[in-house]
Design a protein around this ligand. Structure first.
Ligand SMILES: [Zn+2]
Length: 465
């Protein structure tokens, strides 16, 4: 505890020093110009695990807030590590309702200049797009939340609840210095009735808005290890019993096994709405998922699509392999890692029992190595769904609001476990066939950035007046 406190003081001191060195920001008259300047600045901070400019980045954001008149007591910067600062800032409301938390991570995945066509840490643009690491994941939301907080403050908006932004520094590496640190060390700062997070996008089809998704839950990562052992021997005298063959057989059984289909309420609504934006056989198949029992043929067709299959059931897949010790020896061991993505509400011990049964070889060992924290879906309340549907209808009339379960992981699960219902929704429209998150030449449509800015502004207001 004491060391932590000391470290914290050191961090606070170094921060105020950096802050003094930062030039005062000039807040432009034009709202979209303000967003652009904040976005550009944020993209250009190298907030990767190797460059570690996260604290400088949140300091930069704090300087914008200070220039807009936010008092020092409403801005907090802190973290477990000096280079992984997190920022929490707020507009104080009347307190009629519990706060809303607008959260975004400012750390980004590595990006090498040589792998990209453009410098990943310069905000480049052409007619349609902004380019740079983090343009979508997740600096768009971080910049938007910062610019919107300033916009609301300058309007003199008095919300009926605190509007809190949390810009965190440790999402991509799954570390404990971002939202975990805030939840553990500054829980009062980010306590709220609900949180808005990444994980939901508007979907474009042929350039037209099709649906606005809202992430309600996430699958949970779990790692299992399957091991075959054997006394081995000289490879000139092969036998049928062999660790590599045993493991190979076990892995093929896992490949051929399907976990049962389980649909919670969120996924039922999601499939219903996915059916609405599809046509023909696919629409009929999606609709049939709501029947009991689900027609076998529809299920078979849908299970062949990786993206749908992953929403229907827990999945397991071999991802790492290690076996044998010499090219001229019979292997004494062979080990595989099986990566499992569990449906929310699953128990890793049940998955372990299932995998052991599927492998069906008492000579082999299956163990659970660990995984993400378990979390249940956020409730589909009238408050959040009503607000998201109203703002979506106002901005993009006629499109569907679609609840989703992410097959990957965000900080949302950590918040849900802390008792704060968390919803991934951004109003940032992306083309499903052009998702470059974590990849080369990450980009975001210019129109989408300003659309998301407007959407999240209206949503924050709607939830707090
Ligand atoms: Zn992200």
């Amino acid at each position: 505890m004491k060391t932590k406190f000391k470290l914290f003081c050191v961090l606070a001191l170094s921060l105020s020093f950096i802050q003094d060195a930062l030039a005062q920001r000039d807040i432009p008259e034009d709202d979209s110009q303000l967003l652009y300047e904040i976005y550009k600045e944020l993209i250009e901070y190298k907030t990767t695990a190797s460059e570690q400019n996260n604290t400088i980045a949140v300091e930069g954001m704090a300087a914008w807030l200070e220039a807009a008149g936010f008092p020092a007591e409403d801005i907090f910067i802190g973290g477990a590590l000096p280079h992984k600062g997190n920022l929490v800032a707020r507009i104080n409301g009347t307190g009629a309702k519990e706060p809303i938390i607008l959260m975004a991570h400012i750390d980004v995945v590595e990006a090498e200049r040589d792998d990209w066509n453009l410098d990943p840490f310069v905000l480049n643009e052409d007619e349609e797009f902004y380019y740079g690491r983090g343009t979508l994941d997740d600096k768009a939301m971080a910049a938007i939340f910062t610019a919107n907080l300033i916009r609301l403050k300058q309007e003199g908006f008095v919300p009926n609840r605190d509007i809190v932004i949390a810009l965190t520094s440790d999402e991509e590496t799954g570390g404990s210095n971002g939202i975990y640190w805030l939840l553990d060390n500054q829980p009062g700062l980010i306590q709220g009735a609900l949180a808005i997070n990444e994980g939901g996008y508007g979907l474009l089809q042929d350039g037209e808005p099709l649906a606005n998704t809202i992430q309600i839950s996430e699958k949970i990562f779990a790692s299992f290890q399957v091991t075959a052992r054997n006394p081995g021997g000289h490879s000139s005298l092969p036998r049928d019993d062999n660790a590599i063959y045993d493991l190979a057989e076990a892995l093929l059984k896992i490949r051929d096994f399907d976990f049962p289909v389980e649909l919670n309420d969120v996924m039922r609504v999601s499939f219903e709405r996915q059916a609405e934006i599809n046509t023909g056989q696919r629409a009929a198949d999606l609709r049939s998922l709501l029947e009991t029992p689900i027609p076998e043929e529809s299920l078979e067709r849908l299970s062949r699509e990786a993206a749908i299959n992953a929403q229907l059931r827990t999945t397991a897949v071999a991802t790492l392999l290690d076996g044998g010790h010499a090219s001229n020896a019979l292997p004494q061991s062979a080990v595989a890692t099986v990566n499992v993505r569990m449906l929310p509400g699953s128990d890793p011990e049940d998955v372990l029992r299932t995998l052991t049964r599927v492998v069906d070889n008492p000579e082999m060992e299956v163990i659970y190595q660990g995984g993400g924290r378990l979390s249940d879906p956020s409730p589909l309340t009238e408050e959040i769904m009503g607000a998201v549907e109203a703002v979506t209808e106002e901005m993009w009339p006629g499109i569907t609001v679609m609840p989703t379960m992410s097959t990957g992981a965000t900080d949302g699960a950590k918040m849900r476990n802390a008792g704060i219902p968390t919803y991934g929704v951004s109003g940032l429209f992306v083309d499903r066939t052009d998702m470059r998150i974590h990849g080369q030449d990450e980009r975001l449509r210019k129109e989408s950035l300003y659309g998301g800015y407007e959407f999240l502004y209206k949503l924050a207001k709607d939830l707090s007046e």
